[in-house]
Design a protein around this ligand. Structure first.
Ligand code: CDM
Ligand code: ATP
Length: 317
């Protein structure tokens, strides 16, 4: 019997993203409310007797990763890092079902790397201290630590400081990407004044604007509070890719839209709708009008289904 271990790699959403400073090494300090969608990629792993690590990629977005060197894939990089760190003498056959658009602000690669770390800790029965695992995650990318826990948090620092928050209400969401990749580094670099700021400069937002104690009981009350926040990367990202403005307008004009905003460094935008039906209708309308866009209705990941997903699964193959 071969055991297969399976881990979801859910889409990350920045419900707001404030840039609060810049470090000497060029990385930006953030204050961001991060949650995870039910929709995402899937990583699975089976054991090998030798030390080789293989990766097979399938799924609707697999083609967008086929050009690069497979060893550059964040799944492979995470696996090799963990194998070295854990002094593991086994290998693994990994699969990645790629459903999220690549380089699109919803952390697809980061979610895949984090899911790989989780799945291989189970497969290889590693007991790595949480702070060591978080440091490994950060070495793979600023978004990987938040994707490791895959729960609602306030994210600060460069993505390495994670503060637990009360669970958010169930949200009816639509994610839309105009079909163009945007590089995160280009968006940060395109910020006005970015080059002459020292970390306390005039174009940075104050941090700690979010009340960490409030428990929202509806999507409407959360969306109302989010109106006072922004994504500070929307302007630079839409300067690079003006279609982002079209996506935001398309989401906002559908019935029941409570909030439409870009996630991360874009170009994917999300909208919160009042009901699941309104989200489904909005997704259908936008997909019909814009057949080249990626349009995905989903919900926020709740504690219940997250608990299930974190256990993973082991069954005969
Ligand atoms: C914008 C966010 O998506 C918000 O969640 C993340 O901060 C991005 O995280 P990520 O894609 O994992 O980013 P990385 O791969 O670590 O960094 C890519 C590039 O983005 C810029 N970068 C990234 C994160 C950060 N806090 N400040 C930055 O300035 C840097 O130029 C860096 O070279
Ligand atoms: N498994 C993977 N999935 C997606 N991208 C990957 C993967 N492995 C490597 N990459 C590379 O990583 C880069 C960032 O991709 P990713 O999809 O994580 O961006 P993103 O959604 O903008 O992330 P973030 O929101 O964390 O900034 C791309 O240039 C892509 O080629």
């Amino acid at each position: 019997m071969t055991s297969i271990f399976i881990e979801p790699a859910p889409a990350k959403l920045n419900l707001f993203l404030h840039v609060t400073g810049k470090r000497d090494d060029g990385y930006h300090l953030l204050d961001s409310l991060v949650c995870f969608a039910e929709y995402g990629d899937v990583v699975s792993a089976t054991r090998r007797d030798d030390t080789a690590i293989t990766l097979a990629i399938s799924g609707p977005m697999a083609g967008n990763l086929s050009d690069g060197n497979p060893d550059d894939n964040l799944v492979m990089r995470a696996a090799k890092l963990l194998q070295t760190e854990g002094k593991v003498s086994q290998g693994a056959d990994l699969t990645l079902e790629k459903k999220l658009p690549v380089a699109s602000g919803i952390g697809g690669g980061s979610a895949d790397a984090a899911a790989t770390l989780r799945v291989l800790c189970k497969l290889w029965q590693l007991d790595i201290p949480a702070d060591r695992l978080a440091a490994l995650a950060l070495s793979l990318g600023a978004d990987v630590p938040v994707c490791l826990g895959a729960k609602t948090v306030l994210m600060q620092g460069i993505g390495d400081e994670l503060i637990d928050l009360p669970e958010l209400p169930n949200l009816s969401l639509v994610l839309v990407n105009p079909g163009c990749a945007v590089a995160t580094a280009d968006v940060f670099h395109a910020r006005v004044h970015d080059d002459d700021d020292n970390g306390n400069g005039r174009d940075f937002t104050d941090s700690d604007l979010w009340d960490r104690t409030v428990h929202f009981n509806s999507g409407a009350s959360l969306a109302a509070a989010l109106q006072d926040c922004r994504n500070d990367l929307t302007l630079p990202a839409s300067g690079i890719l003006p279609e982002i403005c079209d996506v935001l307008q398309a989401l906002a004009r559908e019935e029941g839209c409570l909030l439409a905003r870009m996630s991360g460094s874009g170009a994917t935008c999300f909208a919160i709708y009042d009901t699941d039906d309104q989200a489904t209708n909005a997704a259908n309308m936008i997909a019909t009008e814009q057949p080249d866009w990626w349009v995905q209705p989903t919900r926020i990941q709740s504690h219940d289904n997250r608990a299930l997903s974190q256990i993973g699964a082991s069954f005969p193959a």
